[in-house]
Ligand binder design. Structure first.
Ligand SMILES: [Zn+2]
Length: 319
């Protein structure tokens, strides 16, 4: 079973002419509605404040709240905040937290949080790259509180998730893996950066990289590392801005490429994590490519969840 969680408050987080806009989530929800998936997103609650402050400095969160209360503006040249942005950000993180609870309670095998603002650039005390709160990181600490130790964060957004790496690179029980265009924003994510315990795997890709090399990186480099790490839970920073039609970046991944990647991630979840994964939307700025790619991934996850129950159990035992 798949659950979709959304944060309707995302609509209050918008700035004139900015590519990170409410229409992104609307396009995803519309593409799902037009598909044969039969899935409807449910609204998510706020993330508990205590979880937010395990990932972010309390004075940083207070600064964001003050900036919102005073009418908002730009925190850096890329990253805006509005009066309503913190409601959006708290429910975006809350969707990932709720998704973690759903899979750990056995109420869903896979969850997608269709949320914005995105999160993977947000550091412990710094907003950047359109991100205010690190949604996937806040979900990660929620899983820790449920007794889950080894957690893999798989980040296929075209940009390196500097915020997630920054917050967890010293934690030997977190494995962070990322493919990203390089050199490119935010400038981090060199292959030589392996984390304090070898628990980070960055696979920088040059502009123009297409499905073959992109999927090869996941299959031949990240897959074996996931097998060694044996995560109890997979968290996925699902950005779709590596798509060939995305206007913000220069990788050439196709919709079918994302479908193949979803098959791999599904397989790793079955092998190691009891068939469980929680995905959070990150980037993706071409509305059609974004909607189509999300549907392609959900078709893979949904097919497994409805047709593969017995196989999930037997393979999880072997894993
Ligand atoms: Zn991105």
């Amino acid at each position: 079973m798949i659950a979709l969680l959304a944060n309707p408050a995302q609509i209050g987080h918008q700035a004139d002419g900015h590519p990170e806009r409410p229409e992104r989530v609307a396009a995803v929800i519309e593409a799902i509605a037009k598909s044969d998936l039969g899935l409807v997103p449910e609204p998510a609650p706020d993330a508990p404040e205590a979880l937010i402050q395990r990932v972010h400095d309390s004075s940083y969160v207070a600064m964001l709240d003050r900036a919102a209360a005073s009418g908002g503006g730009y925190l850096d040249p890329d990253t805006y905040i509005t009066e309503l942005s913190m409601v959006a950000a708290r429910t975006a993180a809350g969707a990932v937290v709720e998704g973690v609870h759903r899979v750990l309670d056995g109420k869903a095998q896979h969850v997608l949080a269709i949320v914005r603002p995105p999160g993977h650039h947000a550091e412990h005390a710094k907003a950047m790259g359109f991100c205010l709160l690190n949604n996937i990181g806040i979900g990660l600490v929620a899983a820790r509180d449920r007794g889950i130790r080894r957690i893999a964060v798989l980040d296929f957004d075209v940009h390196h998730g500097n915020g997630t790496q920054h917050s967890f690179e010293s934690d030997p029980e977190v494995f962070y893996a990322s493919t990203h265009q390089y050199p490119f924003y935010p400038g981090t994510g060199r292959a030589a950066d392996r984390g304090t315990h070898g628990n980070v795997l960055n696979l920088p890709l040059p502009a123009g990289t297409s499905d073959r090399a992109f999927l090869g990186a996941w299959e031949k480099k990240i897959g074996p590392a996931v097998d060694i790490f044996r995560p109890e839970l997979l968290l996925v920073s699902a950005g779709f801005d590596a798509h060939e039609d995305d206007q913000l970046a220069g990788l050439e991944v196709t919709t079918n490429g994302y479908r193949e990647l979803a098959r791999m991630i599904k397989g790793w979840s079955i092998a190691h994590s009891g068939g469980r994964s929680v995905w959070a939307l990150e980037g993706g700025y071409n509305l059609k490519a974004l909607g189509d790619s999300v549907v392609a991934c959900l078709e893979v996850l949904h097919h497994q969840a409805t047709d593969g129950g017995g196989r999930v159990d037997s393979q999880a035992d072997r894993g």
